[in-house]
Write a protein that binds this ligand. Structure first.
Ligand SMILES: [Zn+2]
Length: 105
């Protein structure tokens, strides 16, 4: 079970018009801290992370969703990444103010 201060204020997030469920799980390997399943629109965070790390991992997984929805991959240029992520991450943060405030607290 996630520690109380690790729990985001909502269990879902709107990523560019797509609703992703946010869940905590306890069956990840030692190296894995989170997962983003773009096809099922699920974000999983391991449940034993300290609060600031849980927030960073959630942001990391949100960025995976943003990259996928922005049609960015390993072959994309730095300029393409920077331009699309700046615009689309800003959109995600504006659409999800409670979650944004929690991540940056
Ligand atoms: Zn990753």
């Amino acid at each position: 079970m996630a520690k109380k201060n690790n729990i985001p204020p909502t269990d879902q997030i709107d990523v560019l018009g797509h609703t992703y469920a946010i869940g905590f799980i306890d069956n990840m390997s030692e190296e894995e801290m989170g997962r983003c399943h773009t096809t099922t629109q699920n974000i999983f965070i391991r449940d034993d992370l300290p609060p600031t790390l849980a927030k960073s991992v959630l942001l990391h997984e949100i960025l995976h969703a943003v990259h996928w929805l922005s049609d960015l991959d390993d072959a994309s240029t730095e300029e393409a990444f920077t331009s699309r992520v700046a615009t689309n991450l800003r959109c995600v943060m504006l659409t999800n103010p409670a979650l944004r405030d929690w991540i940056f607290s």
